[in-house]
Write a protein that binds this ligand. Sequence first.
Ligand SMILES: NC(=O)c1ccc[n+]([C@@H]2O[C@H](COP(=O)([O-])OP(=O)(O)OC[C@H]3O[C@@H](n4cnc5c(N)ncnc54)[C@H](OP(=O)(O)O)[C@@H]3O)[C@@H](O)[C@H]2O)c1
Length: 323
Amino acid sequence: MKTIRFHEIGGPEVLRYEDVERPRMAPNKVLVRIHAIGVNFADTLLRRGAYLAQPKLPETPGFEAAGVVVEAGDETDRNLVGQRVVVLGERCYAEYVTASQSQLIGLPDKISFEEAAAFPVQALTAYHMLYTADRVSPGRTVLVHAAAGGVGLLAVQMAKLGGARVIGTTSSAEKAKIVEEAGADDVILYNQTDFAPKVAQLTNQRGVDIVLDSVGKATLHGSLASLAPFGHLISYGGASGRPDPIDVGTLYSRSLKVSAFWLFTVSRTPAIAQRGVRQVLEWISSGKIHLRIGLKLPLEQAAEAHRRMEARQTTGKILLMVE
Ligand SMILES: NC(=O)c1ccc[n+]([C@@H]2O[C@H](COP(=O)([O-])OP(=O)(O)OC[C@H]3O[C@@H](n4cnc5c(N)ncnc54)[C@H](OP(=O)(O)O)[C@@H]3O)[C@@H](O)[C@H]2O)c1
């Protein structure tokens, strides 16, 4: 089968389109024929050796892909064969992927393979930050950094669904328009304007209740400065570099909270994970959440997808397609 592998840590050029054996089945696994693969910023970090988990070379990136179950191991439910699913797993830049049953999300007929590959990592991350790690509600204000990105656009929509006021940040006027269309009340171009004083101005000097910060090093101090009393900074990434350490003493005067979020923690608590999947699928099926596919490329062009993502040229979701 065709797959994407990298044999060394490096830039997008290390991604190779290769022929390999299909992954080996095990009694507790199913084999899924893939049609659409979701690209995430984490895939670029894995390739650069900068992700939380280190790659085992040669490695295949990819945490999510949608397709049809074509084989089911003896210890799994044999009725899964023929079902449309999305896998939230690993090594998904490939024509076939093996997964355990707990890594599968069954797809309602209404949801296409493209929509399916576009939601698991990004939508569930946005959901669990806003509805598990904290709780948005009317009267609260949320600051969403990199708001035109995959997680960002979904977080804007989900915070609005919860009744919150949303301020987004992004790097260009073109992206700002997309963030506004997703429902943000205000958008700040954070590479042109010092965003913390602008947030203070937009909130009558009060600040925001929640900051979703995936940018890290470049935004951390401004994010803390943007918080209202009892505000909560959720750090969930470092697109600009790992955030600096925080001196807890600086949090006292406004009784601030700082927390970290990693989606894979959610899978350790199945009841919470299932609540997230149910809610997100319901929002997508009913049209309350729009999945913006910003770029679709064939699997063999994975390197180009990474290049554009790291150059900040993408909006919404990037997909890799398999014939
Ligand atoms: N903790 C978790 O479980 C979890 C899960 C999913 C994603 N994440 C993190 O959330 C972030 C968003 O992920 P995503 O897949 O949705 O990607 P994305 O937001 O579509 O792409 C990354 C965005 O980050 C912004 N950015 C700021 N500084 C950057 C820099 N120096 N280099 C590159 N980009 C920069 C860019 O937006 P602007 O041009 O608007 O600045 C860029 O478009 C990533 O940091 C990712 O690692 C974490």
